[in-house]
Design a protein around this ligand. Structure first.
Ligand SMILES: *Cc1c(COP(=O)(O)O)cnc(C)c1O
Length: 348
């Protein structure tokens, strides 16, 4: 096999991932702590994330689709997997084959599931005010879920990181659901939700973003660690004379002679154009800033003050999620899930 080294890598910290899961789990007043690993583990690599978290004791995993579930097989011993998008018209065969449970979210899905054979264990999603996926509370009252063998009864908070009144209303709606619908476990809280107190935690918590370094509640500051650091290699060094421009649109002009490093990173890698002007990183122990526009596969840095720089050196990009979200206008979720396939994901 031809060995081709990658000029772009995503350094991933096993210790930070595990430490984040343990901290989140420890917030639970008796509740189990699972993990949302949809969207390829928020871009980090779902299978790697699952195996590492399973090693730390996590047993309950959530993906969006059946294709995501299939990519995780075989599951580690004792682990359960739930498919959040439930059972669509084309999902019958995967649902019959893959050892995962659909999170049934509509009358149509329940009917499909029932036709596949009564009594098989499933999960269910109840809408308590978000109007995204889920059965309406009135439908439950009319017996929509009667006869189902429900393992996890879920609902999802629309505003856990923004609005306490809305969350409180969803909490009381979910408490009412718990009174009328029998399930092995009840589960409401995502990352931000599980920080809202023991009332929100029920039997099973489902954090996603905070596992991967997202800070979505003040309690997480200083407790949740950065997991992912993108690094890109210097492809070419050049000296740009004063008055000359760099990059598409000539948006940056050298105020004085400038040493410029062009690195192997661009918007096709998920380093979107909104980073232009704010992009920064570390090169051989020196802070460096990006200049000009982000190209599809390239980005320039001013390395005048970075000491001796050589072709092949690595720039480690600033990727503290709350900080970059503030600077770019992207959400912390977008910052991770857009990271492209050209990154070699490298766990350490
Ligand atoms: C994505 C998702 C989660 C995890 O949410 P975070 O905000 O990333 O913690 C939990 N539950 C459901 C239903 C989700 O779709």
């Amino acid at each position: 096999m031809l060995e081709i080294s990658s000029p772009l890598r995503l350094r991933l910290s096993h210790d930070a991932l595990i430490s984040n899961w343990r901290w989140l789990a420890a917030q639970g007043d008796g509740a189990l702590c699972g993990a949302a690993i949809k969207a390829n583990g928020y871009g980090l690599g779902a299978r790697e994330v699952m195996l590492r978290l399973a090693g730390a004791g996590c047993r309950h995993f959530f993906v969006a689709t059946w294709a995501e579930a299939a990519a995780l097989l075989p599951l580690p011993a004792g682990c359960e997997l739930s498919v959040l998008h439930g059972l669509g018209p084309d999902d019958i065969v995967p649902a019959a084959t893959i050892p995962a449970r659909p999170v049934l979210a509509s009358l149509e899905q329940i009917q499909r599931w029932t036709l596949m054979g009564a009594g098989r264990p499933c999960d269910i999603m109840v809408d308590t005010g978000m109007n995204r996926l889920g059965l309406r509370v009135e439908q439950l009252a009319q017996g929509a879920a009667d006869g189902l063998n429900i393992v996890n009864c879920l609902s999802h908070l629309s505003s856990a990181d923004e609005d306490l009144d809305i969350s409180a209303a969803q909490l009381s709606a979910f408490q009412a659901v718990k009174q009328q619908l029998k399930a092995q476990r009840y589960s409401l809280a995502n990352s931000a939700g599980l920080c809202l107190g023991a009332d929100y935690q029920f039997d099973l918590m489902r954090p996603g973003i905070a596992l991967y370094g997202g800070i979505v509640h003040p309690h997480m500051v200083g407790n949740i660690r950065q997991v992912a650091v993108p690094e890109a290699r210097v492809l070419q060094l050049r000296t740009v004379p004063a008055g000359e421009a760099v990059g598409y649109g000539c948006t940056w002009t050298a105020p004085h002679e400038t040493r410029v490093a062009v690195v192997n990173l661009g918007y096709a890698d998920g380093y979107l154009r909104c980073h232009a002007g704010n992009g920064s990183g570390m090169l051989n122990g020196h802070g460096v800033n990006s200049i000009g526009r982000v190209s599809m596969d390239l980005l320039a840095f001013d390395v005048s003050d970075a000491g001796h720089v050589a072709e092949g050196d690595w720039i480690s990009l600033s990727y503290d999620l709350p900080d970059q979200a503030e600077k770019t206008g992207l959400s912390q979720y977008e910052l991770l899930t857009t990271l492209g396939q050209r990154f070699l994901r490298s766990w350490e």
